[in-house]
Design a binder for this molecule. Structure first.
Ligand SMILES: Cc1cc2nc3c(=O)[nH]c(=O)nc-3n(C[C@H](O)[C@H](O)[C@H](O)COP(=O)(O)OP(=O)(O)OC[C@H]3O[C@@H](n4cnc5c(N)ncnc54)[C@H](O)[C@@H]3O)c2cc1C
Length: 534
């Protein structure tokens, strides 16, 4: 198939990863084209417009660090930025670095096929165009492929229904309406208290009870903002030395078992008062030591119970079947307090599952709920969903879907053997969502750009992963996961929310700092484990 246009690099997606990839790779003097299926930039922060949507990594950590001018000119208004503020930020970045001229919006990459004779990717888009590129960079996102469970009768519902990640830009009117929310993960926990402010009644359909840590959000004043700007570089350097890529202070003591009960409680209380994602890092061994985890889990349960007035509601919200941190930690604002309002009802669909959606609402094995609006806060086909939803074919026409049928093996989460010249940003096998994703994105983009510069400089046209290096890296991913509580329960972290998906933690759990060092070492060692050729 001949291509309409040829580029050095095609980037899929114009979220945080795609924007930076475009800026960085264009800076090498290469021609770049970005295809984005949405109508604007920002990815996650373009799509997730539901009330209450905000980042749960702090604004001063969840931002780019590649431009000193950008970091000094942008003012964050709150500790945790809202969707709207983040969308403004990414639009500002797109304008400031003149990125839009190389982005095609409302254009989905539908197929990509590697042409071995020319070492080029042939990319077909939803507009019917075919372009070719030496390199294909997926910035398609690890949480962008929407997951909506199949429920009998879903299409028959007579009211409005919306997925949180496809919330209409014009908003949804819930005033005086009966609203049902399916799902109590991060999105559900954010949207429920907001809907409860206006709806006549909110029914929350909870399948899995979850821990949550209070956000303690606050506005940032000028003094704080100036201080954050002054210390930006220093914090940035520190973040790179940490497991999660955030500038939270390191734990005072490494194990919860190292100190007596009173000291342990004091430490947990101080950490709880600070709130947010620093809390899971109160002790180093929460995710690897079952006893340490039990102390912390008990502390969190007690704190949550104290926020809920009705004991039977507290029992249902705290009927948690997993260790603290086994699922993605949730950071909440007024979530549990929402259940103290008469018009918010928790429906335990773990005990009495949903059987069908009807024109009037929803049925479970035990009841019927009449609804005007149905909200799916049911998350994503994480890590691999977006990549596999495109028809990507590598050497010999092998489909990525077939290569990954049993496990999404990659080398360093960057390249999958048999798919030369395809780079993945925050792909499976990298820390990805098990880190501050902004930092991981920057690290990947910079590594990929350096690699491309190396290829150009040495007249190389093809890079693939050595299958043995890939197998070794995959073993490492499994070993690290086996030692951790992370994923020791069903969740999107283990692919359990998607029927037929291989089960297990696909993220690298060894820490973003160690991962960065490993990537740098490999590059310094002549791209060890990769096969580079003309
Ligand atoms: C509600 C929510 C809250 C989050 N909060 C945090 C947080 O607090 N901290 C954190 O670190 N991370 C968080 N994340 C993870 C978040 O996804 C990342 O932080 C980051 O935004 C990912 O950026 P990205 O560019 O890699 O992917 P995305 O932002 O997902 O962008 C990918 C883009 O690719 C486009 N795309 C996908 N497939 C195609 C295709 N075939 N053709 C064309 N375009 C395509 C999509 O439309 C999308 O715009 C959150 C995610 C969600 C959903």
């Amino acid at each position: 198939m001949s291509a309409d246009r040829d580029f050095d690099v095609v980037v899929i997606g114009a979220g945080a990863a795609g924007l930076y990839a475009l800026h960085r790779i264009r800076g090498l003097g290469l021609s770049v084209r970005v295809f984005e299926q949405g109508g604007g930039v920002g990815g996650t922060w373009y799509w997730n417009r539901y009330p209450g949507a905000r980042c749960d990594v702090e604004s001063w950590d969840y931002c780019y660090s590649f431009s000193e001018e950008l970091e000094q000119e942008w003012d964050w208004s709150e500790r945790y930025p809202t969707q709207a503020e983040l969308e403004r930020y990414f639009n500002h970045v797109a304008d400031r670095f003149d990125l839009r001229r190389d982005i095609e919006f409302d254009t989905r990459v539908e197929q990509a096929r590697f042409d071995e004779s020319r070492n080029r990717w042939i990319v077909r888009t939803s507009t019917g165009a075919t372009v070719s590129a030496r390199y294909l960079v997926s910035a398609a996102g690890c949480l962008s492929e929407v997951h909506k469970p199949r429920i009998t009768g879903a299409d028959t519902f007579a009211g409005e229904q919306h997925h949180t990640a496809r919330w209409p830009a014009a908003g949804v009117e819930v005033t005086n309406k009966r609203v049902g929310v399916i799902g109590t993960g991060s999105s559900g926990v954010q949207v429920i208290p907001q809907l409860a402010k206006r709806a006549e009644h909110v029914f929350v359909f909870q399948r899995t009870a979850q821990y949550a840590v209070p956000a303690h959000n606050r506005p940032l004043d000028d003094e704080t903002r100036n201080e954050l700007k002054r210390s930006f570089r220093q914090r940035q350097a520190f973040k790179r030395t940490t497991r999660m890529g955030m500038s939270n202070p390191p734990p005072a003591v490494s194990s919860a078992l190292e100190v007596d009960e009173a000291t342990r409680t004091d430490i947990l209380e101080a950490s709880w008062r600070r709130g947010g994602l620093a809390f899971p890092g109160t002790f180093d061994d929460i995710s690897t030591n079952a006893e340490s985890n039990r102390y912390v889990a008990r502390f969190v349960r007690d704190k949550i119970r104290a926020r809920i007035e009705a004991p039977e509601v507290a029992d249902a919200l705290l009927d948690i079947d997993h260790a603290f941190g086994a699922r993605r930690p949730i950071v909440d604002i007024d979530y549990f307090e929402a259940y103290n309002r008469d018009h918010v009802t928790l429906v335990d669909v773990g005990a009495a599952p949903i059987t069908e959606v009807t024109p009037r609402g929803l049925r479970t094995t035990e009841g019927r709920y009449d609804l005007d609006v149905l909200v799916y806060a049911t998350g994503f086909d994480g890590m691999t969903g977006a990549l596999l939803s495109m028809g990507i074919r590598g050497v010999g026409g092998l489909a990525l879907r077939d290569k990954w049928a049993d496990w999404p093996s990659t080398y360093m989460g960057l390249v999958a053997s048999g798919f030369p010249n395809l780079f993945m940003i925050t792909g499976p096998g990298s820390p990805a969502v098990f880190s501050n994703v902004m930092l991981s994105i920057e690290q990947h983009v910079e590594w990929i750009a350096d690699c491309l510069a190396h290829m150009v400089k040495h007249g190389l046209n093809r890079i693939d992963a050595n299958p043995e290096a890939e197998a070794q890296w995959t073993r490492r991913i499994h070993e690290l996961a086996a030692r951790s509580v992370v994923g020791k329960t069903n969740s999107w972290w283990t692919g359990a929310n998607i029927e037929g998906k291989p089960r297990g933690v696909t993220m690298y759990l060894g820490g973003a700092h160690n991962y960065r060092a490993a990537c740098d070492e490999i590059a310094a060692d002549g791209y060890r484990g990769f096969v580079l050729s003309r």
